[in-house]
Ligand binder design. Structure first.
Ligand code: BGC
Length: 762
């Protein structure tokens, strides 16, 4: 077999792989010159101060050094490069004024915050955004989030999270784009553009690519646990979204907490220098995850905090989030010659460059007053509603139960999440207000004023463990009902269901269960929700199950017994209205799963882009199989139904044979064969049959979400060129595009059957 090793330098490979990526925003000479000039004026202490990012937070979180009284003095002395978690514009302006007038060199403070999926207006959580398969919408949403946050004086979001996640036990699966590097890269690019604007039209706001890198592969799905990722998987699966984010011009990267191949990410020279700076060509600055520099000691890596400062700095962590280790220890490292002034300047320079790029020196203050929250919300609610409808995935719709007739008389909304407002905002919505969010019950009532809509909780979702974020991430978790109360609540839910024409069940997880340090060992519906569902199903009423959770839950029973199921994630402020739009057909579901949905927790990890074994799954014997469950998932990656029907047909390749540096074009015709205007997501998957390494059975290489009127047809073309065929080969220890035979499938999920093949020859 003839193979060609593509010998290109890494940055060229980056452009090749990204295909459509825009060129990285050039760092302006002017900003660098200004930063260099300022560096000449600064004392060593002032330089170290720029590397320090204290929390401004009054939460009782163990280990945090919070001292609000000392904030002012620290600012005055130039010991604060950035604050995180302060979101009150008045306090931002007060501290900024001290920096701009009382601090020796008047260097503005950079205020950063976790603006993950909204600020005043919450948009769907990032995994839901990915389920929309609509990067343009994600870009728009993050643009709005940046606008709202900037209004309050923030200039920096710790998003997007780009961690590929193939384990739904991990609570932070909610923050990323799911399991696939191609979809992840598309969402990465879009979010960076949303936050920062484009090179032609930059926005004075910064994105953070996090958590660099591999954080989503924690063993057992346990947050913070070690990850072991071989080079080929790192390059082919975990890095593509980061590569795309760097190419889109992201100003900052956050180094992760966990051990990557036994070396903590925030002290990992190979990761932060060889990969991030040299291979990916990142030119901005690295901020550690919270306390991660200090944690190098806890993780059994650094001898003490002085050593931690040295290891973080040497690895290239520019800013120390939270731990104050640089502030307290770096001077002694310089005095002892363990760190040079040139190294210090190299750490500080990109932070100053970023401040110049943002225009902070000229425009340091927030212009917001407290009233603007309502104004922002009024301006952006409608877009959030559209975003929330576009993110929902319809998993099942037997007998076309959905959409419901608007004339439905008696509607029961049942379940612990049916009238929750705060949970609908989703995790990491710390500045959104619960009262602004629309619950499912409210949304349906507003949509159908002529119907009798009633609500009963039925059961509670139990408190799992204490958390400082209880009440901040979602509503405060209720104390458990007494057995008598639990019995009464269950009975009244059953009674309500019994006298209704249709039951809308709102089940799932509390927002706080889809958060940091919130892993689960089971994927069952928590608490007694399954029991409630089965009891209500036994009444024989038509049931629509609305699932609120980001991780896929064990729906094996529901997927056989409940006729209509919609995966709603957490849709943000407008969740209830969006769900109501979808229930009655004022909007049509068009989202697709960004993660493979397992049947049971024992199947994890499960993802569509696996390699094949010596016996493919459809072999009669000696296959990789379970005794007690099929190997296949409950719902495949890329899957989602509509109220309309579509045909995708007539797959044509521009050529059946292409040269190594050539491309083929795959074209299909997609037609709306149903009676409603609706969206379909057309997806193309590729498989390389042989080469220097075994390749996944399928890999997503393109997608397009289109809206078609009833009867309307559209031709869609995808290019499969060297970029789509290039991968990191362990055997070659580098990037290769090889001559081989390839399969192509185009359809509306990862199980698409419309197939063609072509060859690439040297
Ligand atoms: C999280 C980061 C977050 C930071 C600041 C950390 O615990 O891992 O994602 O940006 O806190 O809130």
């Amino acid at each position: 077999m003839a193979k060609l090793r593509v010998c290109l330098c890494f940055s060229v490979i980056g452009l090749l792989l990204s295909g459509t990526a825009e060129a990285q925003a050039p760092i302006s000479r002017n900003d660098t010159d200004r930063a260099n000039a300022l560096l000449k004026e600064m004392t060593t202490e002032e330089k170290i101060g720029q590397l320090n990012q204290p929390f401004y937070l009054k939460l009782p979180i163990t280990g945090m050094k919070i001292d609000p009284v000392a904030y002012e003095d620290r600012v005055r002395r130039g010991e604060v490069g950035s604050f995180l978690f302060l979101t009150d514009p008045k306090e931002i302006n007060r501290l900024q004024k001290i920096a701009m007038t009382e601090q020796r060199l008047h260097i503005p403070i950079l205020f950063g915050f976790d603006v993950i999926h909204g600020f005043d207006t919450e948009f769907p959580v990032p995994l839901a955004m990915a389920a929309s398969w609509d990067p343009a919408m994600a870009e728009q949403a993050q643009g709005i989030a940046a606008e709202e946050a900037a209004h309050a004086g923030l200039r920096w979001s710790f998003a997007p999270m780009l961690d590929i996640a193939r384990d739904p036990r991990w609570g932070r699966i909610s923050e990323g784009a799911g399991e696939d590097p191609y979809l992840g890269a598309a969402m990465a690019r879009a979010q960076v553009r949303g936050f920062q604007g484009t090179p032609e039209n930059p926005r004075p706001f910064m994105a953070t690519l996090k958590h660099f890198a591999g954080y989503g592969a924690a063993e057992g799905g346990r947050d913070y646990d070690a990850v072991y990722i071989p080079e080929e998987r790192m390059q082919n699966v975990y890095l593509p979204p980061f590569r795309a984010g760097v190419e889109a011009g992201a100003d900052t990267v956050m180094s992760a907490y966990m051990d990557l191949n036994d070396v903590p990410a925030s002290g990992n020279i190979h990761l932060l220098r060889d990969i991030l700076r040299t291979e990916l060509g990142f030119k901005g600055f690295v901020v550690s995850d919270a306390f991660a520099v200090g944690s190098l000691v806890t993780q059994g890596f650094a001898r003490d905090s002085t050593d931690a400062a040295l290891r973080g700095a040497t690895a290239g962590v520019n800013m120390d989030m939270g731990s104050a280790t640089y502030l307290e220890r770096m001077k002694s490292l310089l005095d002892q010659g363990q760190l040079t002034l040139t190294q210090l300047d190299d750490l500080v320079r990109p932070i100053l460059v970023a401040k110049y790029r943002l225009g902070l020196f000229e425009n340091p203050y927030a212009d917001a007053t407290e009233q603007t929250h309502a104004e922002m919300l009024a301006k952006h609610r409608q877009i959030a509603r559209v975003a929330a409808t576009r993110s929902v995935v319809l998993l099942r719709n037997e007998g076309d139960l959905l959409p419901l007739a608007k004339t439905t008389k008696r509607i029961a909304v049942i379940g612990p999440l049916g009238n929750s407002k705060g949970d609908m905002n989703g995790p990491w919505s710390l500045t959104a207000k619960a009262e602004d969010a629309v619950s499912v019950f409210e949304g349906i009532r507003a949509k159908l004023p002529g119907s009798q809509v009633a609500y009963a909780g039925g059961v509670q979702i139990a408190k799992a463990f204490p958390s400082s974020f209880d009440g901040l991430i979602g509503p405060k978790i209720q104390t458990p009902w007494t057995p008598e109360e639990a019995d009464r609540q269950m009975k009244s839910a059953l009674q309500l269901a019994g006298k209704s024409d249709v039951v809308i069940m709102a089940l799932g997880e509390l927002t706080i269960m889809d958060f940091e340090y919130s892993s689960r060992s089971s994927l069952s519906l928590p608490g007694k929700q399954q029991e409630l569902l089965e009891k209500i199903q036994a009444l024989g009423k038509p049931i629509v199950l609305l699932l609120f959770s980001t991780r896929p839950l064990d729906l094996s029973w529901a997927s056989e017994h409940i006729p209509a199921i919609m995966d709603c994630y957490f849709g943000g402020t407008e969740t209830g209205n969006a769900v109501a739009d979808l229930l009655v057909g004022d909007a049509v579901p068009g989202g697709k799963l960004p993660v493979t949905w397992p049947r049971a927790v024992g199947q994890i990890p499960i993802y569509y882009a696996h390699t094949t074994s010596h016996k493919p799954y459809d072999s009669p014997e000696f296959t990789s199989r379970y005794w007690d469950a099929p190997t296949s998932p409950l719902y495949p990656f890329g899957y989602g139904l509509s109220y309309s029907t579509f045909s995708i047909s007539d797959l044509r390749l521009s050529t059946k044979t292409a040269p190594l540096d050539g491309s083929i074009t795959a074209t299909v015709t997609v037609a709306n064969t149903g009676a409603r205007a609706a969206d379909e997501v057309v997806q193309i998957y590729l498989h390389q049959r042989f080469g220097s390494a075994s390749r996944p059975v399928r890999e997503l290489k393109g997608f397009r979400r289109v809206t078609l009127q009833p009867g309307q047809k559209q031709e869609i073309s995808f290019t499969v060129g060297p970029a789509e065929r290039t991968y990191w080969s362990a055997a070659k220890n580098g990037w290769v595009a090889e001559s081989s035979n390839f399969d192509v499938w185009v359809g509306n999920s990862s199980t698409a059957t419309l197939h063609e093949s072509f060859s690439v020859v040297q």
